[in-house]
Ligand binder design. Structure first.
Ligand code: TYM
Length: 340
């Protein structure tokens, strides 16, 4: 274990935990809303990241596609800059304590709370022929993922805020029923990029499960494809590039442009003063393509080095398992289960 990694057991730095589902292509929305922040947090925090593969089976998966998606996601996370010398990166299914704590937390979560989750409502409408119990209790597993590691912050996009609020409620409920056990974590949501919308429907979030491939930018899309998708982006019948209510399509493109170029929204608006939508869309496409290019080059390297990726997630799971086990033992003891 490297020096940096050994500190995970000592808990000397502030800690961050987050996860992402291997449910398909990873999108620009995932990257700008969450992963980009995971990368920068590594300088300040002790970071623990997981691919949430247990969550993914709430929707039926083809085993071979699922395996491929998982290895591609791990490779992409490394390519974006998740540094295995500093952070842990593992598969949720490799650390059995996630499922065990989830059971306990299910018993501290109310049906009413779960019924109010917008993600449950959306997903059960979308997969009406498979509204399984896992889809309903999904947030208790997510709370377990987080609370096992006692993180101070959880970096996510805007759409996960409701789940994090529920996690905080569950943690406080357990702490009040027994005694201080869990850290009540803070959501870490950076406003810029926290809600990237579909390029084909600026009122819906950009999603990897979108059936319309023109709605999202995949992290592996080529320059030509990226530019084509931005050219086709839905905007409005107006012709002025400004950030204001009612201009959802343009607002989304301005947000994307400003995050990938590091410019403010005001600077971006000024830059396109007097220009048409066509020029603007092309510029956004080019800026995104050039931002993603080095990431795509690193991805090519990792995807060809599966053994290296396997070694990283295996070693990380070993360390994560030790932290998780220590939390789970405390929880079991407080509940009153007999000690082994
Ligand atoms: P998932 O896999 O849907 O998304 C991973 C991360 O990407 C963010 N995100 C977005 N941000 C901005 N704009 C978008 N269009 C966009 N789409 C996705 C999400 O907010 C998320 O941060 N339930 C989680 C995975 C999970 C998890 C956890 C997260 C499981 N356990 C514990 C945090 C902590 C999910 O399905 O994210």
């Amino acid at each position: 274990m490297s020096k940096e990694r050994s500190c995970f057991m000592e808990n000397t730095k502030k800690r961050s935990f987050s996860a992402i589902q291997p449910s398909g292509t990873i999108t620009l929305g995932n990257y700008l809303g969450a992963i980009r922040n995971w990368v920068t947090l590594q300088n300040e925090f002790e970071c623990i990241f997981a691919i949430a593969d247990l969550h993914t089976i709430t929707v039926r998966q083809d085993p071979s596609v699922f395996r491929k998606n998982s290895i591609q996601l791990l490779s992409m996370l490394l390519a974006t800059g998740i540094d295995p010398e500093k952070s842990l990166l593992f598969c949720q299914s490799h650390v059995h304590q996630h499922a065990e704590l989830a059971w306990v937390l299910n018993c501290f979560t109310q049906m009413g709370e779960l019924s109010r989750m917008t993600q449950f409502k959306d997903k059960s409408a979308k997969h009406a022929n498979n509204v399984n119990a896992g889809l309903f209790t999904y947030p208790a597993l997510m709370a377990a993922d987080i609370l096992l590691y006692k993180p101070d912050v959880v970096p996510v996009g805007e759409d996960q805020k409701q789940h994090l609020e529920l996690t905080r409620d569950i943690a406080s409920r357990f702490n009040n029923a027994y005694s201080e056990t869990f850290v009540v974590p803070e959501p870490y949501i950076v406003k810029a990029g926290s809600k990237i919308m579909s390029l084909q429907n600026p009122n819906a979030k950009m999603s990897k499960s979108d059936e319309n491939v023109n709605g999202f930018i995949a992290m592996t899309d080529t320059e030509d494809v990226i530019i084509r998708k931005f050219k086709k982006a839905i905007t409005d019948s107006d012709s002025v590039i400004e950030y204001r209510e009612g201009k959802d399509g343009i607002n989304n493109l301005l947000s994307i442009y400003s995050v990938v170029t590091g410019k403010t929204i005001e600077e971006s608006v000024k830059e396109f003063d007097g220009k048409g939508y066509g020029d603007f869309k092309l510029a956004v496409g080019e800026a995104v393509a050039s931002h993603l290019k080095p990431i795509q080059q690193r991805y090519e390297y990792f995807i060809k080095n599966k053994d290296y990726v396997t070694e990283i997630y295996s070693k990380s799971a070993e360390i994560a398992g030790k932290i998780a086990e220590s939390t789970l033992r405390k929880v079991y003891k407080k509940i009153g289960f007999l000690q082994k």
